[in-house]
Design a binder for this molecule. Structure first.
Ligand SMILES: Cc1ncc(COP(=O)(O)O)c(C=O)c1O
Ligand SMILES: Nc1c(O)cccc1C(=O)C[C@H](N)C(=O)O
Length: 404
Protein backbone atom coordinates (compact mmCIF):
# COMPACT_ATOMS: atom_id res chain seq x y z
CA UNK A 1 0.00 0.00 0.00
CA UNK A 2 1.30 3.43 -0.92
CA UNK A 3 0.31 6.75 0.62
CA UNK A 4 -1.57 7.62 -2.57
CA UNK A 5 -3.51 4.36 -2.38
CA UNK A 6 -4.43 5.08 1.24
CA UNK A 7 -5.59 8.56 0.25
CA UNK A 8 -7.67 7.13 -2.58
CA UNK A 9 -9.43 4.87 -0.05
CA UNK A 10 -10.10 7.93 2.12
CA UNK A 11 -11.53 9.86 -0.82
CA UNK A 12 -14.09 7.08 -1.35
CA UNK A 13 -14.78 6.48 2.37
CA UNK A 14 -18.43 7.10 3.35
CA UNK A 15 -17.36 7.30 7.02
CA UNK A 16 -14.78 10.05 6.49
CA UNK A 17 -17.15 12.86 7.68
CA UNK A 18 -17.47 11.15 11.07
CA UNK A 19 -13.92 12.23 11.95
CA UNK A 20 -15.20 15.76 12.57
CA UNK A 21 -17.55 14.45 15.23
CA UNK A 22 -14.63 13.60 17.52
CA UNK A 23 -12.50 16.09 19.45
CA UNK A 24 -9.13 14.46 18.79
CA UNK A 25 -6.03 16.55 19.52
CA UNK A 26 -3.92 17.81 16.61
CA UNK A 27 -0.87 15.73 15.82
CA UNK A 28 -2.17 12.53 17.41
CA UNK A 29 -3.02 9.31 15.63
CA UNK A 30 -5.18 7.54 18.18
CA UNK A 31 -4.88 3.75 18.04
CA UNK A 32 -6.26 3.12 21.53
CA UNK A 33 -10.00 3.55 21.02
CA UNK A 34 -10.29 -0.12 21.98
CA UNK A 35 -9.30 0.86 25.51
CA UNK A 36 -10.71 4.39 25.90
CA UNK A 37 -12.73 5.87 23.04
CA UNK A 38 -12.08 9.57 22.33
CA UNK A 39 -14.37 12.46 23.23
CA UNK A 40 -17.27 12.95 20.80
CA UNK A 41 -17.81 16.65 20.07
CA UNK A 42 -21.51 16.31 20.98
CA UNK A 43 -20.66 15.02 24.44
CA UNK A 44 -19.60 18.51 25.53
CA UNK A 45 -23.08 19.95 24.93
CA UNK A 46 -24.72 16.87 26.44
CA UNK A 47 -22.65 17.30 29.61
CA UNK A 48 -23.39 21.00 29.81
CA UNK A 49 -27.09 20.30 29.43
CA UNK A 50 -27.20 17.57 32.06
CA UNK A 51 -25.23 19.66 34.53
CA UNK A 52 -26.59 23.15 33.94
CA UNK A 53 -30.19 22.56 32.93
CA UNK A 54 -31.21 19.06 34.00
CA UNK A 55 -29.42 19.06 37.34
CA UNK A 56 -28.96 22.82 37.94
CA UNK A 57 -32.42 24.02 36.96
CA UNK A 58 -34.76 21.08 36.81
CA UNK A 59 -33.31 19.50 39.95
CA UNK A 60 -35.12 16.37 41.14
CA UNK A 61 -37.86 16.86 38.56
CA UNK A 62 -35.39 15.53 36.00
CA UNK A 63 -35.98 11.99 37.24
CA UNK A 64 -39.43 12.21 35.65
CA UNK A 65 -38.10 14.07 32.61
CA UNK A 66 -35.96 11.30 31.14
CA UNK A 67 -33.53 10.20 33.85
CA UNK A 68 -35.37 7.21 35.28
CA UNK A 69 -35.74 5.61 31.86
CA UNK A 70 -32.14 6.23 30.76
CA UNK A 71 -30.94 2.67 31.54
CA UNK A 72 -33.55 1.08 29.27
CA UNK A 73 -33.57 3.89 26.71
CA UNK A 74 -29.80 3.71 26.16
CA UNK A 75 -29.99 -0.08 26.43
CA UNK A 76 -32.40 -0.12 23.48
CA UNK A 77 -29.94 1.92 21.41
CA UNK A 78 -27.10 -0.46 22.24
CA UNK A 79 -29.36 -3.44 21.47
CA UNK A 80 -29.42 -2.33 17.83
CA UNK A 81 -25.63 -2.67 17.72
CA UNK A 82 -25.45 -6.16 19.17
CA UNK A 83 -28.29 -7.94 17.43
CA UNK A 84 -30.67 -7.87 20.39
CA UNK A 85 -34.25 -6.72 20.76
CA UNK A 86 -34.70 -3.27 22.32
CA UNK A 87 -36.18 -4.71 25.53
CA UNK A 88 -33.30 -7.16 26.07
CA UNK A 89 -30.56 -4.72 27.08
CA UNK A 90 -30.08 -2.45 30.09
CA UNK A 91 -27.29 -0.04 30.98
CA UNK A 92 -25.81 0.32 34.44
CA UNK A 93 -22.91 -0.59 36.71
CA UNK A 94 -19.54 -1.74 35.38
CA UNK A 95 -18.87 -4.71 33.13
CA UNK A 96 -17.34 -6.44 36.15
CA UNK A 97 -20.48 -5.93 38.26
CA UNK A 98 -22.78 -7.02 35.42
CA UNK A 99 -20.71 -10.11 34.87
CA UNK A 100 -21.08 -11.00 38.54
CA UNK A 101 -24.86 -10.59 38.34
CA UNK A 102 -25.11 -12.65 35.15
CA UNK A 103 -22.87 -15.45 36.42
CA UNK A 104 -24.60 -15.90 39.77
CA UNK A 105 -28.03 -15.79 38.12
CA UNK A 106 -26.93 -18.36 35.53
CA UNK A 107 -25.37 -20.62 38.18
CA UNK A 108 -28.70 -20.70 40.01
CA UNK A 109 -30.60 -22.11 36.98
CA UNK A 110 -29.65 -25.73 37.65
CA UNK A 111 -28.18 -26.46 41.11
CA UNK A 112 -27.08 -29.86 39.78
CA UNK A 113 -24.38 -28.23 37.66
CA UNK A 114 -21.82 -25.93 39.21
CA UNK A 115 -18.97 -25.30 36.80
CA UNK A 116 -18.22 -21.98 35.19
CA UNK A 117 -16.03 -22.86 32.22
CA UNK A 118 -13.75 -20.25 30.68
CA UNK A 119 -10.38 -19.83 29.04
CA UNK A 120 -7.04 -19.19 30.71
CA UNK A 121 -5.73 -15.80 29.64
CA UNK A 122 -9.24 -14.31 29.49
CA UNK A 123 -9.40 -10.64 30.52
CA UNK A 124 -8.47 -10.74 34.23
CA UNK A 125 -11.69 -9.22 35.53
CA UNK A 126 -13.70 -12.05 33.95
CA UNK A 127 -11.71 -14.70 35.78
CA UNK A 128 -11.56 -12.70 39.01
CA UNK A 129 -15.31 -12.02 39.00
CA UNK A 130 -16.01 -15.67 38.20
CA UNK A 131 -13.90 -16.66 41.23
CA UNK A 132 -16.02 -14.35 43.35
CA UNK A 133 -19.30 -15.53 41.82
CA UNK A 134 -18.62 -19.25 42.36
CA UNK A 135 -17.72 -18.50 45.97
CA UNK A 136 -21.28 -17.17 46.42
CA UNK A 137 -23.05 -20.26 45.06
CA UNK A 138 -22.80 -23.54 47.04
CA UNK A 139 -21.11 -26.30 45.01
CA UNK A 140 -19.97 -23.99 42.20
CA UNK A 141 -16.42 -23.82 40.87
CA UNK A 142 -14.41 -22.16 38.12
CA UNK A 143 -12.58 -24.19 35.48
CA UNK A 144 -10.32 -22.28 33.09
CA UNK A 145 -8.70 -24.26 30.27
CA UNK A 146 -6.53 -23.17 27.34
CA UNK A 147 -8.48 -21.67 24.43
CA UNK A 148 -8.00 -24.72 22.21
CA UNK A 149 -9.51 -27.00 24.87
CA UNK A 150 -12.65 -24.99 25.65
CA UNK A 151 -15.02 -26.69 23.19
CA UNK A 152 -14.05 -30.17 24.34
CA UNK A 153 -14.44 -29.18 28.01
CA UNK A 154 -18.16 -28.35 27.77
CA UNK A 155 -19.28 -31.36 29.81
CA UNK A 156 -22.39 -32.34 31.74
CA UNK A 157 -21.18 -30.52 34.89
CA UNK A 158 -20.88 -27.16 33.14
CA UNK A 159 -23.52 -24.66 34.16
CA UNK A 160 -22.09 -21.61 32.43
CA UNK A 161 -19.68 -21.11 29.57
CA UNK A 162 -18.16 -17.65 30.05
CA UNK A 163 -16.29 -16.35 27.02
CA UNK A 164 -14.98 -13.01 25.84
CA UNK A 165 -16.17 -12.77 22.25
CA UNK A 166 -13.08 -10.86 21.03
CA UNK A 167 -9.92 -11.45 23.04
CA UNK A 168 -8.55 -8.27 24.59
CA UNK A 169 -4.97 -9.13 23.77
CA UNK A 170 -4.92 -11.09 20.52
CA UNK A 171 -8.28 -9.95 19.01
CA UNK A 172 -9.16 -13.61 18.33
CA UNK A 173 -12.93 -13.93 17.95
CA UNK A 174 -15.01 -16.90 19.04
CA UNK A 175 -17.70 -18.21 16.70
CA UNK A 176 -20.62 -17.06 18.83
CA UNK A 177 -23.29 -19.19 17.17
CA UNK A 178 -21.19 -22.37 17.21
CA UNK A 179 -20.09 -22.06 20.85
CA UNK A 180 -23.59 -21.13 21.99
CA UNK A 181 -25.00 -24.17 20.19
CA UNK A 182 -22.35 -26.43 21.70
CA UNK A 183 -23.10 -25.16 25.20
CA UNK A 184 -26.85 -25.56 24.73
CA UNK A 185 -26.38 -29.10 23.40
CA UNK A 186 -24.59 -29.91 26.67
CA UNK A 187 -27.30 -28.23 28.78
CA UNK A 188 -25.26 -25.14 29.69
CA UNK A 189 -25.88 -21.44 29.16
CA UNK A 190 -23.37 -18.90 27.84
CA UNK A 191 -22.38 -15.53 29.23
CA UNK A 192 -20.62 -13.52 26.53
CA UNK A 193 -18.35 -10.58 27.33
CA UNK A 194 -18.69 -8.22 24.37
CA UNK A 195 -16.30 -5.55 25.66
CA UNK A 196 -13.97 -5.76 22.66
CA UNK A 197 -16.63 -6.59 20.09
CA UNK A 198 -19.52 -4.15 20.71
CA UNK A 199 -19.04 -1.46 18.05
CA UNK A 200 -16.01 -3.34 16.71
CA UNK A 201 -17.60 -6.19 14.76
CA UNK A 202 -21.04 -7.30 13.67
CA UNK A 203 -22.80 -9.13 16.51
CA UNK A 204 -26.02 -11.10 16.26
CA UNK A 205 -27.00 -12.20 19.77
CA UNK A 206 -30.52 -13.17 18.68
CA UNK A 207 -29.30 -15.10 15.64
CA UNK A 208 -26.77 -16.96 17.79
CA UNK A 209 -29.45 -17.92 20.32
CA UNK A 210 -27.42 -16.20 23.05
CA UNK A 211 -28.50 -16.31 26.69
CA UNK A 212 -26.69 -13.55 28.57
CA UNK A 213 -24.07 -10.98 27.66
CA UNK A 214 -22.27 -8.01 29.16
CA UNK A 215 -20.13 -5.32 27.58
CA UNK A 216 -18.17 -2.18 28.01
CA UNK A 217 -19.16 1.21 26.59
CA UNK A 218 -16.02 3.32 27.02
CA UNK A 219 -14.21 1.64 24.14
CA UNK A 220 -15.86 1.52 20.70
CA UNK A 221 -19.06 3.17 21.95
CA UNK A 222 -17.12 6.25 23.12
CA UNK A 223 -19.13 6.64 26.33
CA UNK A 224 -16.33 8.24 28.39
CA UNK A 225 -13.92 6.96 31.05
CA UNK A 226 -15.69 4.45 33.31
CA UNK A 227 -18.98 4.81 31.41
CA UNK A 228 -21.77 2.47 32.60
CA UNK A 229 -21.73 -0.97 31.00
CA UNK A 230 -24.58 -3.00 29.49
CA UNK A 231 -26.20 -6.30 30.26
CA UNK A 232 -28.25 -8.42 27.85
CA UNK A 233 -30.69 -11.18 28.81
CA UNK A 234 -32.59 -13.02 26.08
CA UNK A 235 -36.33 -12.51 26.45
CA UNK A 236 -36.84 -16.20 27.24
CA UNK A 237 -34.69 -15.85 30.38
CA UNK A 238 -35.99 -12.55 31.64
CA UNK A 239 -38.67 -13.74 34.04
CA UNK A 240 -36.66 -16.81 35.15
CA UNK A 241 -33.48 -15.05 36.21
CA UNK A 242 -32.95 -12.36 38.75
CA UNK A 243 -30.03 -10.34 39.98
CA UNK A 244 -28.11 -11.33 43.12
CA UNK A 245 -27.54 -7.58 43.64
CA UNK A 246 -31.19 -7.04 44.48
CA UNK A 247 -31.20 -3.30 44.99
CA UNK A 248 -34.15 -0.97 45.15
CA UNK A 249 -33.84 0.27 41.55
CA UNK A 250 -34.41 -3.31 40.39
CA UNK A 251 -37.57 -3.59 42.47
CA UNK A 252 -40.95 -3.87 40.74
CA UNK A 253 -42.10 -0.74 42.58
CA UNK A 254 -39.11 1.19 43.91
CA UNK A 255 -41.25 4.07 45.11
CA UNK A 256 -43.57 1.82 47.12
CA UNK A 257 -40.62 1.56 49.55
CA UNK A 258 -41.50 -2.01 50.54
CA UNK A 259 -39.40 -4.09 52.93
CA UNK A 260 -39.46 -7.22 50.78
CA UNK A 261 -37.76 -7.46 47.40
CA UNK A 262 -39.85 -8.21 44.32
CA UNK A 263 -37.94 -8.05 41.01
CA UNK A 264 -39.15 -5.66 38.32
CA UNK A 265 -40.44 -7.26 35.14
CA UNK A 266 -38.10 -7.24 32.16
CA UNK A 267 -34.57 -5.85 32.28
CA UNK A 268 -35.07 -3.32 35.06
CA UNK A 269 -34.56 -6.07 37.64
CA UNK A 270 -30.85 -6.01 36.81
CA UNK A 271 -30.48 -2.48 38.16
CA UNK A 272 -29.13 -2.19 41.68
CA UNK A 273 -28.75 1.42 42.76
CA UNK A 274 -29.40 4.88 41.35
CA UNK A 275 -28.14 5.33 37.76
CA UNK A 276 -25.17 7.77 37.51
CA UNK A 277 -26.86 10.38 35.35
CA UNK A 278 -23.81 12.48 34.47
CA UNK A 279 -22.08 9.40 33.12
CA UNK A 280 -25.29 8.24 31.45
CA UNK A 281 -25.56 11.54 29.57
CA UNK A 282 -22.03 11.22 28.22
CA UNK A 283 -22.68 7.62 27.25
CA UNK A 284 -25.85 8.46 25.37
CA UNK A 285 -24.05 11.10 23.30
CA UNK A 286 -21.43 8.52 22.30
CA UNK A 287 -23.97 5.83 21.51
CA UNK A 288 -26.11 8.23 19.46
CA UNK A 289 -23.31 8.65 16.94
CA UNK A 290 -23.80 5.03 15.95
CA UNK A 291 -27.31 5.73 14.71
CA UNK A 292 -25.78 7.93 11.99
CA UNK A 293 -23.43 5.39 10.43
CA UNK A 294 -23.85 2.52 8.03
CA UNK A 295 -22.55 -0.33 10.14
CA UNK A 296 -21.66 -2.50 7.13
CA UNK A 297 -19.31 0.33 6.06
CA UNK A 298 -17.72 0.27 9.53
CA UNK A 299 -16.96 -3.45 9.40
CA UNK A 300 -15.60 -3.12 5.84
CA UNK A 301 -13.34 -0.23 6.78
CA UNK A 302 -12.12 -2.05 9.90
CA UNK A 303 -10.88 -4.88 7.64
CA UNK A 304 -9.20 -2.41 5.26
CA UNK A 305 -7.42 -0.60 8.14
CA UNK A 306 -6.30 -3.94 9.50
CA UNK A 307 -4.73 -4.91 6.16
CA UNK A 308 -2.74 -1.66 6.07
CA UNK A 309 -1.33 -2.18 9.56
CA UNK A 310 -0.73 -5.91 9.04
CA UNK A 311 1.36 -5.10 5.95
CA UNK A 312 3.38 -2.50 7.89
CA UNK A 313 3.95 -4.95 10.76
CA UNK A 314 5.06 -7.68 8.34
CA UNK A 315 7.45 -5.24 6.61
CA UNK A 316 8.91 -4.38 10.03
CA UNK A 317 9.33 -8.07 10.83
CA UNK A 318 6.83 -8.08 13.72
CA UNK A 319 5.03 -11.38 14.42
CA UNK A 320 1.27 -10.76 14.35
CA UNK A 321 -0.84 -12.71 16.86
CA UNK A 322 -4.20 -11.62 15.43
CA UNK A 323 -5.90 -13.97 12.95
CA UNK A 324 -5.79 -12.85 9.31
CA UNK A 325 -9.39 -13.95 8.64
CA UNK A 326 -11.65 -10.92 9.32
CA UNK A 327 -14.43 -13.22 10.56
CA UNK A 328 -12.10 -14.65 13.19
CA UNK A 329 -10.92 -11.39 14.74
CA UNK A 330 -12.01 -8.07 16.23
CA UNK A 331 -10.96 -4.55 15.25
CA UNK A 332 -7.51 -4.37 16.77
CA UNK A 333 -4.19 -5.85 15.74
CA UNK A 334 -1.51 -7.16 18.07
CA UNK A 335 2.13 -7.92 17.57
CA UNK A 336 4.15 -10.09 19.96
CA UNK A 337 7.63 -8.72 20.42
CA UNK A 338 9.97 -8.80 23.46
CA UNK A 339 10.42 -5.00 23.54
CA UNK A 340 6.70 -4.22 23.05
CA UNK A 341 6.64 -1.80 25.99
CA UNK A 342 9.51 0.34 24.67
CA UNK A 343 8.06 0.29 21.16
CA UNK A 344 4.70 1.49 22.47
CA UNK A 345 6.33 4.34 24.38
CA UNK A 346 8.46 5.34 21.39
CA UNK A 347 5.33 5.46 19.22
CA UNK A 348 3.46 7.54 21.81
CA UNK A 349 6.38 9.99 21.99
CA UNK A 350 5.94 10.52 18.21
CA UNK A 351 2.15 10.99 18.41
CA UNK A 352 0.89 7.47 17.69
CA UNK A 353 -1.00 6.25 20.75
CA UNK A 354 -1.41 2.51 21.03
CA UNK A 355 -0.92 0.32 24.06
CA UNK A 356 1.16 -2.40 25.60
CA UNK A 357 -0.29 -5.54 27.12
CA UNK A 358 2.07 -7.42 29.38
CA UNK A 359 4.32 -9.20 28.92
CA UNK A 360 5.10 -8.69 25.25
CA UNK A 361 2.20 -7.39 23.14
CA UNK A 362 1.98 -4.14 21.18
CA UNK A 363 -1.76 -3.56 20.60
CA UNK A 364 -3.18 -1.12 18.08
CA UNK A 365 -6.91 -0.32 17.91
CA UNK A 366 -8.31 0.29 14.42
CA UNK A 367 -11.49 2.28 14.87
CA UNK A 368 -13.18 3.26 11.59
CA UNK A 369 -15.28 6.16 12.92
CA UNK A 370 -12.36 8.56 13.36
CA UNK A 371 -9.28 6.99 11.76
CA UNK A 372 -8.46 7.48 8.11
CA UNK A 373 -6.61 4.99 5.96
CA UNK A 374 -3.86 7.61 5.77
CA UNK A 375 -3.65 7.75 9.60
CA UNK A 376 -3.10 4.02 9.78
CA UNK A 377 -0.64 4.10 6.88
CA UNK A 378 1.34 6.85 8.66
CA UNK A 379 1.29 4.95 11.95
CA UNK A 380 2.58 1.87 10.12
CA UNK A 381 5.39 3.88 8.52
CA UNK A 382 6.38 5.28 11.91
CA UNK A 383 6.42 1.79 13.40
CA UNK A 384 8.77 0.65 10.62
CA UNK A 385 11.02 3.66 11.19
CA UNK A 386 11.24 3.21 14.94
CA UNK A 387 12.21 -0.41 14.48
CA UNK A 388 14.67 0.30 11.67
CA UNK A 389 16.50 3.13 13.46
CA UNK A 390 16.11 1.47 16.90
CA UNK A 391 14.98 4.70 18.59
CA UNK A 392 12.90 2.52 20.89
CA UNK A 393 16.16 1.64 22.70
CA UNK A 394 16.27 5.12 24.26
CA UNK A 395 16.22 4.43 28.06
CA UNK A 396 13.36 6.94 28.49
CA UNK A 397 11.06 4.46 26.79
CA UNK A 398 11.78 1.76 29.36
CA UNK A 399 10.40 3.77 32.31
CA UNK A 400 7.41 1.82 33.64
CA UNK A 401 3.99 3.39 34.15
CA UNK A 402 1.23 2.56 36.62
CA UNK A 403 -1.45 2.35 33.91
CA UNK A 404 -0.66 0.99 30.47
C1 LIG B 1 -13.02 -8.32 28.17
C2 LIG B 1 -13.17 -7.19 29.15
N1 LIG B 1 -14.09 -7.28 30.12
C3 LIG B 1 -14.27 -6.28 31.00
C4 LIG B 1 -13.51 -5.14 30.93
C5 LIG B 1 -13.67 -3.99 31.89
O1 LIG B 1 -14.46 -4.14 32.93
P1 LIG B 1 -14.73 -2.89 33.90
O2 LIG B 1 -15.33 -1.81 33.07
O3 LIG B 1 -15.60 -3.47 34.90
O4 LIG B 1 -13.40 -2.42 34.39
C6 LIG B 1 -12.53 -5.00 29.95
C7 LIG B 1 -11.68 -3.79 29.85
O5 LIG B 1 -11.55 -2.99 30.73
C8 LIG B 1 -12.37 -6.05 29.04
O6 LIG B 1 -11.45 -5.96 28.10
N1 LIG C 1 -10.66 0.36 31.93
C1 LIG C 1 -9.36 0.70 31.83
C2 LIG C 1 -8.81 1.60 32.77
O1 LIG C 1 -9.59 2.10 33.73
C3 LIG C 1 -7.46 1.95 32.66
C4 LIG C 1 -6.69 1.43 31.67
C5 LIG C 1 -7.21 0.53 30.74
C6 LIG C 1 -8.54 0.16 30.86
C7 LIG C 1 -9.10 -0.84 29.93
O2 LIG C 1 -10.21 -0.70 29.55
C8 LIG C 1 -8.29 -1.98 29.55
C9 LIG C 1 -8.92 -2.78 28.46
N2 LIG C 1 -10.14 -3.44 28.84
C10 LIG C 1 -8.02 -3.79 27.83
O3 LIG C 1 -8.48 -4.53 27.00
O4 LIG C 1 -6.84 -3.85 28.10
Amino acid sequence: MTLDEARALDAADPLAPMRERFALPEGVIYLDGNSLGPLPVGTRAAMTDVVERQWGERLIRSWNEGWIDAPTRIGAKIAALIGAAAHEVIVGDSTSANLFKALVAALRIDPGRGVVLSETGNFPTDLHVAEGAVACVPGASLRAVPRGEVAAAIGADVAVLMLTHVHYKTAERWDMAALTAAAHAAGAVVVWDLSHSGGAVEIDLSGAGADLAVGCTYKYLNGGPGAPAYLYAAERWQERLSSPLSGWMGHAEPFAFADAYAPAPGMKRWLAGTPPMLAMAALEAGVDLWAEVDRAAVWRKSAALWDIMAAAGAAAGLPCVTPADPAARGSHISFRVPHAFELTQALIARGVIGDFRAPDVLRLGLTPLYLSHEDVWRAGELLREIIADETWRDPRYAERLAVT
